[in-house]
Write a new protein. Sequence first.
Lengths: 313, 344
Amino acid sequence: MNCYLGVDIGSISTKGVIIDENNNIITSSYIWTEGNPVNAVKKLVNILKNNLDKKYVVKGIGTTGSARKLIGLLLDANVVKNEIMAHAIGTLSIYPDVKTILEIGGQDSKIILLNNGIITDYAMNTLCAAGTGSFLSSQAKRLNINIEDFGPLALKSNNPVKIAARCTVFAESDLIHKAQVGYKKEDIVAGLCKSIVLNYLNNVGKGKNIKSPVIFQGGVSKNLGVLKYFKEILNTDVIVDPNSHLMGALGIAILAKKNSIGKTYDLNIQNISFDTKAIDCGGCSNNCELLKIFKDNKLIDIWGNRCDKFIKN
Amino acid sequence: MGDYYVPAKYLLNKIVAADILVAPLITAKTIELGSKYSPDFVCTPFKYTLGTMIEALDEGANILIQFGGGCRYGYYSELQEQILKDLGYKFELLNLVTNGKANIKRIYKMIKRIDKKFNIFKGLYYLFITIKMVKYMDKIDDYIRKNIGFEINKGSFSNLKQEMLEKFTLVNNPFSLYILYKKYFNKFKKIKINKPKDCLKVGIIGELYTLMEPFSNYYLEKELAAYNIELKRFTNVTYLLLKFKKINKKALKKSKKYMKYQFSADASSNVYWTKYLCDKKYDGIIHIKSSFCTPEIGVMPILDKIANENNVPLIHFSFDANTSEVGIKTRLEAFYDMIEMRRK
């Protein structure tokens, strides 16, 4: 039977799903990227391969997320697409009538507005990472709380503190200040969750007409505190799918299915040596940072060049 | 700024007896130099032009020319002059526009000081040719923008344009310039393209420097053309030199619903053009500006409102000295996916 692999390589976590012809998830996995997308994907694909029944053959591979291009080369993917499209397609396959998708990931956050299954508008964060998962996780580390316990702790608070969340640097000093003057930990954690929501709505969601059904996804959607304040501030129900963290991977798997070129992939990538080498071109005063990509010690691509001068030489 | 150095050099070469240096092409080094000596929160064109000035001075220039007016641009030349003098450069800066006005008598005196033999009639004659040249260039560019996304042989448009610009600099009278223009327009029309009738169309509006200097917008037009999109851009030097007042007035009249007073620089025109693009059923609008550009920030809510009312997607891009190129590419790709999906 045919199946399709979708991989979503984010800044913090790497997600993978394998779907069948009817978009049902056969197997999935979620692991930390740990700053090394190539190793993370090798690990991920190995897990997926071991969980996959022998009767399935992989007929398409799609990659999305910030490392989509690199991993697309590694896996020889037939589709490499941005996260916005992948998230929209993935969500639509489960909630065909979705109107708004709120997504908060590790390094970026976005809002996607849809109408009749078509993306009508989107926005991505431009300012900084203040409203994203990496800020939450760094603060959790600083407060010595497991990121998984963050949400339940926030729910305990009835009085979230106000935090200047415009920018991570200010937010952090505000957090420290609030802790030093004696606010309780749960109030601080709740305030942090609330500030993420306010920041998101003020930056990414500014001027956007948020209609229900609203779906909330990305890693941060697993945080019950953030979800609570989204519901409270938007004054509407916000749905979090049990697979909310996998939507991007699911979407790109569906796109890989749609664009399948009939090629059969094996998932033995453990032994492929995949290497990158960064050099400064020096050909002119642009001094482009070039990244050479080697697969099995063979140069397969060069990125970062503004002209063809270097490639010709 | 883009290819406009060609007519500018042509004019100066013809009218003053001085060595005209063309500033080196803008590269990463230009903006690095410019950012180093600029106030951090100044609008980005300041950094680019300051960087260009430093590079030109390092190559031996001793007279610099700057314009000014409209917005914060009006303070550029005084501030840049001070910064450069503090850095120890010796030069003279000719500011052709002061208090928002180009005083012909003042400019005449300035040129006379550089070149005692300067002849005003010769000057005006070549100014006329130069303005014509800019007009023709802009017309050709308009055609290129519509079709370059569909060229069959990559580079055929840009190569022909380079050839045309070289020929342009050799003319000495308006008539032969006109003949050349006609000849090349025909050549452009003969370039083989593969353009479907219902191709995607995108309008690009925004702040003038960022629009016209491709380096500063990370080659956005090239990037878009690669997606097989027909592009429309209103802002060019013809508009700035000849149509600015007229269009600004028209903009205010036609956009009464959205604004009561004129915005500075060409922000009012952008309001008008947004409505125009919506009415003409463009698939999307891209609004670009340099970071901290006050007039454009002022009209952003209005542009969003117009786009919302007409159900046309509009995105904003702010370019700074250290914008992430990858971030721009992701957003552009998503924008293309969206307008393509909406079509279906």
